[in-house]
Design a protein around this ligand. Sequence first.
Ligand SMILES: C[S@@+](CC[C@H](N)C(=O)[O-])C[C@H]1O[C@@H](n2cnc3c(N)ncnc32)[C@H](O)[C@@H]1O
Length: 219
Amino acid sequence: MFDRIVPRYDLVNSLMSFGMDRRWRVLAARLAVKPGDRALDVGTGTGYLARELRHAGASPVFAVDFSTRMLAAAEERVADGKADIAWLRADAQRLPFPDGSFDCVTNAFLLRNLSDLTSGLREMARVLKPGGRLVCLDITQPPGGPFGVAYRLYFERLVPLVGGLIGSDREAYRYLPSSLKGFPDAGSLSDLLSDVGLTDVRMRLLGGGSVALHRAVKR
Ligand SMILES: C[S@@+](CC[C@H](N)C(=O)[O-])C[C@H]1O[C@@H](n2cnc3c(N)ncnc32)[C@H](O)[C@@H]1O
């Protein structure tokens, strides 16, 4: 499915988030990186967050995804090779790195897609060095009240329609709202980060409460 949506993936993201998704990834990168960090972006897609990790001063940066076409699109976007990012095909749930390899690990809009969220988070924590930071950015359960009702209508009805028309893949954009069903709300995700052994968990809501940015530290 992710291979299929590559051609218009960035455009549909911008439309669906009213242009805010890029800013959210910049915030995630700034929260994750200290200059000179060895960094990993998991489920990198077209590589926007990986590039932001570089801009924030991380070096080297590794970026993994299991979709070959997403990785090809990511590499194309830095065709001059100056970004100094290693793009690797790998499963987020079996990262090909030894324990304690990175100062920071990030993911954006990945977690809802993992077949086993807890083991995915454990795997990302495993490759962090002690004191290293895990930063997660993802859609979350919308708040209650009128905004929540309007948001649900938008996300469950309009997004599959617009994604189908512009992204030319209605099936994939029908999957998007369904991926949120059963996904923990922002508070429960904070608890899960603690449960997998991370500490100093902080969370910030963005996009009117529709998106959550978490940061946690490895003991
Ligand atoms: C919604 S996209 C997000 C891409 C990018 N991080 C962004 O901010 O736009 C989810 C990405 O995660 C990848 N992905 C999903 N499950 C994965 C897994 N188990 N291992 C590696 N990549 C995965 C998909 O191929 C896709 O590129």
